[in-house]
Design a protein around this ligand. Structure first.
Ligand code: 5GW
Ligand code: MN
Length: 362
């Protein structure tokens, strides 16, 4: 410590130390590749801000607005529930964990009360993004009103509505800690571009805004209604949802992009699940990584005049093949009555609304 303060008081030594430090970090970073660099910088940023917080708390014990304030104020809530039984798993009819140990969230596999307690302890903030471009503003009423009943009840929620028709957004009343943010964005001419450009816009607003406002993002389709609870059980580092049309199907039946020229290409001998394009999320950093990959892959394909079979859904599936989700939502979370009511689907939490295609397509 004394050497340190001496160094600081001597301008020449200080300069020398700075240069040496820079050189050292340059050599360290050089060998690690770009991704490792970014990870390293992110970690460094986290460590530094944590340290700064601890320090400021130490010197000012009344500080209440630090995101670490919960650390000094530990409560011991008592939660009553029936104990798990190792010999009686709640579900034996469906896969509830992947080979990389990600849970697959089905009705009956979790206790909402325990999870709510955990997420209240970190005072979680969740962002829900939807796009209502052109005629799709008509879906907003049902979407938001049902979300107020069933989405993350009791938690902090920001609805982020991307639209080109700002004056068509109705007024809503929200429960405490919840609000709606309207984000004006351009409407692309082709419907394929309307759905695909969601990746770019989610990426840009995540960097610009969401990272400062929420801990997790869920990015979903708007032509949907919540019919049952969708809560903090969905939250994880990075998550996707099983497409209701494919969870019973084999690899070769998945409608992945099969042309090797496309950057969304997945050969028939690969693939874990078929994920729905209308439901993904995670912590902001992971959403930025995912949307940035998908957007860049789409742009690369566009350069070669190729567009994957199911647009953004195809690129999302390609991403998840190499960056496995840390949690997977069962099709309860993105059901569509087109697929009937199979016995394993005990509840339809989030249901697609039948569209009269002539009314909404262009
Ligand atoms: C319009 C016509 C064809 C395809 C997409 C659109 C469209 C989609 C649109 O005009 N406006 C719009 O906001 N979207 C957004 O993209 C909505 O959030 C929508 O939920 C999402 C995906 O498009 P969907 O819901 O029509 O796709 P599917 O596969 O659920 O039918
Ligand atoms: Mn949809």
């Amino acid at each position: 410590m004394r050497i340190f303060s001496k160094t600081l008081s001597n301008p020449r030594r200080l300069l020398f130390c700075l240069c040496a430090g820079l050189l050292l970090s340059w050599f360290t970073l050089k060998g690690t590749g770009l991704h490792a660099n970014l990870d390293l910088l992110c970690q460094l940023h986290r460590i530094l801000s944590t340290e700064a917080d601890l320090l400021s708390q130490h010197s000012n014990s009344t500080g209440t607005n630090s995101h670490l304030s919960h650390l000094k104020d530990v409560k011991l809530p008592r939660i009553l529930y029936t104990k798990s039984d190792v010999f009686n798993p709640q579900r034996t009819d469906v896969l509830t964990v992947t080979p990389w140990l990600a849970p697959i969230v089905w009705h009956g596999t979790f206790n909402r009360h325990i999870l709510n307690t955990q997420f209240h302890q970190i005072d979680v903030r969740v962002g829900l993004t939807v796009f209502a471009i052109k005629k799709y503003t008509r879906f907003l009423n049902t979407f938001i009103e049902s979300a107020e009943k069933f989405f993350m009840v009791g938690h902090k929620v920001n609805y982020y509505v991307f639209t080109d028709r700002v004056n068509e957004i109705p007024n809503f009343t929200f429960a405490k800690g919840r609000r709606l943010v309207v984000l004006e964005v351009p409407a692309y001419e082709r419907w394929q571009d309307v759905t695909m450009r969601r990746m770019e816009m989610i990426r840009d607003f995540s960097i610009k805004r969401f990272v400062k406002e929420v801990d997790y993002l869920a990015c979903v389709d708007v032509d949907m209604v919540f019919l049952d609870e969708v809560g903090v059980e969905i939250l994880s580092n990075v998550f996707g949802a099983l497409h209701p049309g494919f969870f019973e199907k084999s690899r070769n039946e998945f409608t992945y992009e099969r042309r090797p020229q496309s950057s969304a290409y997945i050969p028939v001998e690969l693939g874990d699940f078929y994920f729905a394009g209308g439901y993904f999320g995670g912590v902001i950093e992971e959403v930025i990584k995912l949307t940035n990959y998908c957007h860049n892959a789409m742009m690369a394909d566009k350069q070669q005049n190729i567009e994957a079979l199911w647009q953004d859904e195809s690129y999302l599936n390609r991403y998840f093949l190499s960056h496995k989700p840390t949690k997977i939502l069962s099709p309860e979370y993105i059901w569509n009555n087109y697929y009937g009511s199979p016995a394993v689907v005990k509840t339809k939490r989030f249901l697609g609304i039948d569209k009269i295609y002539d009314e909404v397509r262009f």
